[in-house]
Write a protein that binds this ligand. Structure first.
Ligand code: E4P
Length: 227
């Protein structure tokens, strides 16, 4: 499963782009509102940090069909070929998705809360559909179950659409969408860190270091290899 970083924080993007196997960055209007300032310049900086080959997902702010389509085209023109335009799963969003997909623009249909919405988005030509896992869980729905159902729907048809599971509050949810067959997940810096950290790993490393020191003092293996 592809992992994408769900933030516009430049320090986090630099860090995770360097150390973690991320395939890109997703943003939404709320995420961008946390950064403020010259947001176009900020998005350009994100593109510079991740390079032109990684995915950058940017959501439209227009709400009328013609304006969504022209804003999507302007977004791709400004941020390059691996830019995905996020469009919410609405009537007008579906229509814009179909038109943009025909023009070769990659659309991530976002704010997906049901397999029915995902079916329509896939049929319209969406590159990704983004079900909101923890927001589903917060309304007593089965977020992971919706992801599994969407994957079943996609497997039954001839779609190029991939699930980009979104809105995670726990590392367990990320693992569960991977097990449900999701092709990608966009995850915050905090949750991504939680996927890696484990106290038993820390204890094991401390044990290795103590045993090595007892036997070989302060010498590292690379020093000893030099002879
Ligand atoms: C994806 O980019 C979504 O917009 C995002 O994951 C939503 O997450 P939230 O529910 O934590 O706001």
């Amino acid at each position: 499963m592809k992992l994408i970083l769900d933030t516009a924080n430049l320090d986090d993007i630099k860090y995770f782009n360097t150390y973690y196997p991320i395939s890109g960055v997703t943003t939404n209007p709320t995420i961008l509102s946390r950064e403020g300032g010259d947001i176009v310049k900020h998005l350009r900086t994100i593109r510079e940090i991740i390079g032109e080959d990684k995915e950058l997902h940017i959501q439209v702010t227009e709400t009328e069909y013609d304006k969504i389509v022209s804003e999507a085209e302007a977004i791709v023109k400004a941020f390059g070929k691996n830019t995905f335009v996020k469009i919410p799963a609405t009537d007008v969003g579906l229509r814009a998705t179909a038109a943009l997909a025909k023009k070769g623009i990659k659309v991530t249909v976002t704010a997906v809360f049901s397999a029915g919405q995902a079916l329509l988005a896939a049929t319209a030509g969406a590159a990704y559909v983004a079900p909101y896992v923890s927001r589903l869980e917060n309304i007593c729905e089965d977020g992971i179950g919706v992801v599994a159902e969407i994957q079943q729907v996609l497997d039954c048809g001839d779609y190029d659409t991939v699930i980009l599971a979104a809105s995670f509050k726990t590392a367990r949810e990320v693992l569960d969408v991977a097990l449900a067959g999701s092709g990608a997940a966009t995850v915050s810096a905090d949750v991504l860190k939680k996927l890696l950290s484990h106290t038993s790993t820390d204890t094991s490393i401390a044990g290795f270091a103590a045993d090595w020191k007892k036997a070989f003092g302060d010498h590292t293996l690379s020093e000893l290899l030099k002879g």
